[in-house]
Design a protein around this ligand. Structure first.
Ligand code: URP
Ligand code: ZN
Ligand code: ZN
Length: 477
């Protein structure tokens, strides 16, 4: 059964025009004026006065992640469903083997967990240590399993953090493979010591979480990761950037010609550190790393400006929800509060409202940040991240005239808090189409457990292994 979308305004990162879209067999079969149904059973959607957007891609989520003594509250089914309700039709999750565990064993575990996804997904493979077999396993992950991006955590000491020697090896091998390395950039040793001192001083509430992770700690780690990447010529993606120091480090690297990219998330653009002093331990709902930053000292402006100037490339969510019951594991010690919050469902409406409607960027830029750039950086383009003949029929009909409010009462995540609770939003997805099927319609989900596919990726041509000469140039700089 085909699907014909009539009279909408198609918005891609490159174009904006009124046309019809015909979807068949899960892909876009035609785009043009006055398209007609091709089969008697075809469904027709009237998209007059609506935007027709590519399905958003969230390059940073953690479904069913075992972390800090518990497991993130959304699994692949509820998390991808929550994404669909918010216009996100594809996620990239992180396969995170335990330190010392084989990457391929970790991958088996994540493949099992992800079988119930209702929308398509890919994985970044986290490297949480280095052994004699890691380089070979990295090669197998890229060349046999279609996972072309890795992840390193420079924080979470004693758990999944890598040290500088390990980071060096990951960057080196990823460059040989033409893979991208995504980096959680915080100086984990400094955080560990600051946490110890705060706890010893009896400073135990959630409001001390940001004190233990000041922005200089993030800026320094960003600089260090980019230096390591420059040594080897590794394509690098700094995740969840929150502050002016890290934006400046990325900017310097870009201006010296490095292939590097930056991601921020709505919470770092729209919230500030006053959330941590909410009474009754409610501040714990906002505990994530790096932390939400103080207002008035330039972090928020640096992030928004980074997005508008192209210094930052993408907006992910770092969706990693924990319920308040889980958060209470740290009621007597902020270092034990599971880090993370929900966001996969909120991103499109927040970007439209606070990015487009507030005049910070246009709707095409929004599409670039939330769909096209993540697809290009991580090798999903042009199958995903745009609306093009032959591409997957992952499409969002967005009604810009609607007005609403984000709330835990109406979101589809298992999180019992919404960190954007009460935020007014302009526009809403009326229909979300995943692989040519309408999976969200006028506020109702119609998803199928297991319908999501694992998307194998290939190393993009422009990210082919760097020549030895290029790495040598980087060393000389
Ligand atoms: O606090 C966060 N961000 N939790 C999820 C894990 C990570 O660091 O991305
Ligand atoms: Zn992180
Ligand atoms: Zn994360």
């Amino acid at each position: 059964m085909g699907l014909l979308i009539k009279n909408g305004e198609i918005v891609t990162a490159a174009d904006r025009f009124v046309a019809d879209v015909y979807c068949d067999g899960g892909t876009v079969a035609a785009i043009g004026a006055n398209l007609e149904k091709r089969g008697a059973k075809d469904e027709v959607l009237d998209a007059s006065a609506q935007l027709v957007l590519p399905g958003f891609i969230d390059p940073h989520v953690h479904m069913e992640l075992p972390f800090m003594g518990t497991v993130s509250a959304d699994d692949f089914e509820t998390g991808t469903a929550s994404g669909v309700a918010g216009g996100t039709t594809c996620i990239i999750d992180f396969c995170i083997p335990a330190r010392g565990e084989s990457l391929l064993k970790g991958l088996e575990t994540w493949r099992e967990r992800s079988r119930k996804a209702v929308a398509d997904y890919a994985f970044h493979m986290a490297i949480t240590g280095w052994s004699d077999r890691t380089a070979d396993e990295m090669r197998a992950v890229v060349q046999q399993h279609g996972i072309t991006s890795f992840k390193v955590f420079m924080a979470y000491k004693g758990a999944i953090m890598v040290d500088d020697g390990e980071l060096y090896q990951v960057m080196k091998q990823a460059a040989k493979l033409g893979a991208v390395v995504a980096v959680h950039a915080e100086n984990g040793d400094v955080v560990f010591n600051l946490q110890k001192e705060l706890v010893a001083a009896g400073q135990l509430g959630p409001e001390f979480h940001p004190v233990s992770r000041p922005s200089c700690v993030e800026g320094e780690a960003t600089e260090r990761a980019l230096m390591m990447a420059a040594l080897h010529g590794t394509r690098t993606y700094i995740v969840h950037m929150t502050c002016k120091e890290s934006v400046a480090a990325l900017e310097r690297a870009k201006l010296r010609g490095q292939k590097c990219y930056g991601e921020t998330c709505p919470q770092y653009l729209l919230l500030d550190d006053r959330v941590f002093v909410k009474p009754d331990f409610e501040g714990a709902a906002y505990v994530m790393s790096p932390p939400i930053r103080p207002p008035h000292i330039g972090h928020h402006d640096a992030l928004w400006t980074g997005l508008t100037t192209g210094m930052l490339d993408s907006v992910g969510t770092d969706h990693c929800p924990f319920t308040m019951e889980q958060k209470r594991m740290g009621k007597d010690n902020f270092t034990l509060i599971p880090n993370g919050a929900a966001g996969v469902e909120d991103r499109l409406q927040l970007l439209y409202t606070y990015g487009v409607c507030e005049g910070r960027f246009d709707v095409q830029k929004m599409v670039a940040l939330g769909a096209t750039n993540p697809a290009k950086i991580f090798g999903l383009y042009p199958r995903k991240g745009t609306i093009a003949v032959g591409g997957d029929a992952d499409i969002v009909l967005y009604d810009p005239s609607s007005r609403g409010t984000r709330s835990a009462k109406t979101h589809h995540s298992r999180a019992d808090r919404n960190i954007f609770e009460g935020f007014k939003v302009s526009g809403k997805p009326t229909h979300v189409i995943v692989g040519g099927r309408v999976r969200y319609r006028d506020g109702k989900l119609d998803v199928e457990r297991g319908a999501g596919r694992f998307i194998e990726r290939e190393v993009a041509r422009h990210s082919a292994p760097v020549a030895a000469g290029a790495a040598a140039d980087a060393r000389a700089r």
